[in-house]
Design a protein around this ligand. Structure first.
Ligand code: 5GP
Length: 354
């Protein structure tokens, strides 16, 4: 008989952060940097734990260069050629400290990952990304990569439940990517009916990871800086974004003119568009689990990242967290039925500040 879990599970849209009395004088008093020592690699990293997703329109070298200047992180997508990797980061000593090289689990990806890390010994992070982090072969792959690269910090996912977070950490991963189905161009929930509300997934997975001295990334579902603040408040150590960082100069893809408006293409990495581009089409046995959209061109990502960091600092000020690390301790979520006043929805002159 199927089991029904009657506990209420929540998304970012279901809650708001409760403001709390604080001694902070201004937003500029807030420290968004974290220094984290990873469980298995023993590596220590300092930076602002915001991550650009390893999607080919987001996790680009250009994005990494810009985000690194803000001490933010980028998981570089896995579709750059070895020649492109060889040309990357020349005389740039900063950016490699804020990037991960990504890999899937096939033999080709494994070979390429080894070549990339041989070319760039200064890169200390590896992102192992599969749509379904629950499979036995994935766990085996994490073990293999850990054995081969004992001192690299391994990001692995995606999963949404505590027991799998624990299994991946015990298999050698340091940071677990949490999120199945919340992404802006993801269609997994529609295609398969599988998923987990992101806020609850983060709360539960953070608890599991932290119990083992591991860490998690809230991956997907952030639509505005407030959602990022909620993800950190829920216990995420890092927050990964695709859609919010897409459509910029530093994002991949051309600008398209559409009815006099500048647009950029953005698509899921399991969409038919991506599969066409990299695998020559959608294999018969699988459905595409991502979509392709055209979004408004947003200009330089510097402005967006400053807007995000400003929002985060403000969230910390409202809740009385002097450091980002303190935000979960200062967090009380209030369940709500409404987030914003929609009377002028769609009428904003400046999209950036939405
Ligand atoms: P966003 O920030 O756009 O809401 O979510 C980004 C995340 O969506 C990515 O980091 C990745 O985990 C997920 N994602 C990217 N492409 C696809 C796809 O084609 N299908 C699914 N199911 N998820 C995707």
């Amino acid at each position: 008989m199927p089991r029904i879990d009657n506990d209420i599970k929540l998304d970012f849209k279901d809650v708001l952060l409760r403001p709390k009395r604080s001694t902070l004088k201004s937003r500029s008093d807030v420290d968004l940097e974290r220094t984290i020592t990873f469980r298995n690699s023993k590596l220590t990293w300092t930076g602002i734990p915001i991550i650009a997703a390893n999607m080919d329109t987001v996790g680009t070298f250009e994005m990494a260069k810009t985000l690194a200047k803000h001490k933010c992180f980028t998981t570089i997508h896995k579709h750059y050629s070895i020649e492109e990797w060889a040309e990357a980061f020349k005389e740039d000593k900063t950016t490699p400290g804020f990037v991960a090289a990504s890999s899937g689990i096939c033999d080709y990806d494994w070979e390429k990952l080894q070549q990339i890390l041989a070319l760039h010994p200064e890169i200390k992070f590896i992102c192992l990304d599969v749509a379904n982090g629950y499979s036995e072969v994935f766990v085996e792959y994490v073990r293999k990569v850990r054995k081969h690269f004992p001192e690299h910090t391994i990001l692995a996912g995606n999963v949404v439940t505590g027991e799998m977070v624990e299994e991946l950490i015990l298999s050698g991963a340091d940071i677990i990517k949490v999120g199945i189905g919340p992404g802006s161009v993801c269609t997994t929930r529609k295609k398969t009916g599988v998923g987990y509300p992101q806020l609850s997934a983060v709360i539960e997975c953070a608890d599991a990871a932290h119990g083992l001295a591991g860490h998690i990334i809230s991956d997907g579902g952030c639509t505005c800086p407030g959602d990022i603040a909620k993800a950190f408040g829920a216990g995420a150590d890092f927050v990964m974004m695709g859609g919010m960082l897409a459509g910029h100069d530093q994002s991949g893809g051309d600008i398209i003119e559409c009815n006099g408006r500048k647009m950029k293409q953005f698509y899921g990495m399991s969409s038919a568009t991506a599969m066409q581009k990299y695998s020559g089409g959608v294999a018969e046995y699988r459905a595409s689990e991502g979509k392709s959209v055209e979004i408004l061109y947003k200009g330089d990502v510097n402005a967006t990242i400053l807007d995000i960091l400003g929002g985060l600092r403000s969230a910390c000020t409202y809740t009385g967290a002097g450091k980002l690390k303190e935000l979960p301790k200062r967090t009380t979520f209030i369940r709500v039925t409404q987030q914003t006043n929609e009377i002028f929805a769609g009428l904003q002159a400046d999209d950036k500040k939405a």
